[in-house]
Design a protein around this ligand. Structure first.
Ligand code: ATP
Length: 364
């Protein structure tokens, strides 16, 4: 297994802005690192530079202590697991797993047999060795693809959006499977996705990219609770964080629906800023009728016309139409373009538990 160190990595295609712009990132031995960001942010390019399928314009790529910039992909000893798993349909599970070993011509039949049986035991595929991929479930196919990576004793696994073709249910199952296997094998893994839910649920740490630039590297929890900028704040979280215009007024912060007291800590951070954008996560709203009287003075109570309610069983989302004031509308629109997501809308999203009685078209 190995560490992966990226030092000031740049990828420039033609004259435009770099696809990967001065990225430095250290991945620990055995860590599962997620690269996430909107389409075109450079995450696949970065992965392809790790594996050697793309030249590095400048910077150093160091894997297991060795600078690999000039090493061919086959000499890097990495295993790439693709979206469609790239299994050979005419070969059995056994032969699919044995394939890279036969190709290398370095192993005797006995050695190949031992390695295939070891890998298939780890992956609980022993009973399926004589089947063809067409007769396997999606999860089993995923495991065969990982088996091919394991038998090679690869230094690291690299996944490029492996689940994007699957339906939501299977995607959820596969996510758990990959996470479980990765922990069991303890293999350094880099996993590319554009899906922030996948990133948050899978990764030890998540690297968020935008336009080739690394925005933040942190644990999922740290990203959610302490995003370093508006892009990360808007990109991570579903439903997304509400971005609301806010004004400092003495010790209070004025929001579109009233003012809230500020702690001295918050005040110190904001300094003399007058107009700002306040991020409020949907779950930080509560149904006032269910809030303890002692807690009420710390918040702001308001009436809202609810446009739509989405009932999810364990919680419900209420959508409250919201017209940003003209002095901030432009700023919000820029922000929306910048986050490249639908996270900022002209509505406030509120997540409430199911004890709250809200209905479409009603006030709460
Ligand atoms: P997606 O999720 O859509 O695959 P991504 O984040 O993986 O996006 P990349 O595929 O790494 O993004 O592309 C990053 C940028 O580099 C994009 O602007 C893309 O158009 C550009 N790009 C990628 N490959 C090439 C290439 N071979 N030649 C020129 N430009 C390229």
């Amino acid at each position: 297994m190995a560490t992966i160190e990226m030092n000031n990595i740049v990828k420039q295609y033609g004259d435009g802005f770099p696809a990967v712009n001065d990225i430095s990132l250290d991945i620990a031995d055995g860590e599962l690192m997620i690269l996430v960001g909107p389409s075109g942010c450079g995450k696949s390019t970065l992965l392809r530079m790790i594996v050697g399928l793309e030249d590095i314009t400048s910077g150093d790529m160091v894997i297991g202590g060795t600078r690999v910039n000039d090493l061919a992909p086959r000499d890097r000893n990495l295993a790439m697991v693709f979206q469609n798993y790239a299994l050979y349909p005419h070969l059995t599970v056994y032969e699919n797993i044995a394939f890279p070993l036969r190709l290398s011509k370095e192993f005797s039949n006995d050695e190949i047999d031992r390695k295939v049986r070891e890998a298939s035991a780890t992956l609980e595929l022993d009973e399926h060795l004589s089947r063809k991929p067409a007769n396997l479930s999606g999860g089993q196919r995923q495991r065969v693809a990982m088996g091919r990576a394991i038998v090679r004793d690869a230094q690291a696994f690299l996944f490029d959006e492996p689940l994007s073709n699957l339906d939501a249910k299977l995607r959820g199952q596969m996510r758990t499977e990959i996470s479980r296997l990765q922990k069991k094998l303890g293999v350094t893994t880099v996993y590319v996705t554009h899906d922030q839910t996948e990133a948050m649920t899978l990764g030890d740490r998540v690297a968020v990219l935008k336009k080739g630039i690394l925005q933040q590297v942190a644990t999922p929890r740290e990203l959610y609770e302490h995003p370093v900028n508006l892009f990360v704040a808007g990109f991570i979280g579903s439903p997304p964080m509400n971005m609301l215009p806010a004004k400092v007024n003495g010790d209070r912060l004025e929001l579109p629906f009233g003012s809230v007291p500020m702690t001295s800590e918050v005040k110190a951070v904001l300094g003399d800023t007058e107009l700002l954008i306040a991020g409020v996560r949907p779950e930080h709203f509560e149904d006032a009728s269910l809030v303890d009287e002692a807690i009420k003075p710390h918040g702001v109570e308001f009436d809202a016309d609810v446009d739509v309610v989405e009932w999810l069983g364990n919680e419900q989302y209420a959508y409250i139409p919201f017209e940003p004031p003209p002095e901030i509308a432009g700023q919000l629109a820029d922000l929306q373009a910048e986050t490249d997501s639908e996270s900022l809308r002209t509505q406030i999203v509120v997540a409430l538990d199911t004890a709250s009685r809200i209905r479409d078209g009603e006030s709460t």
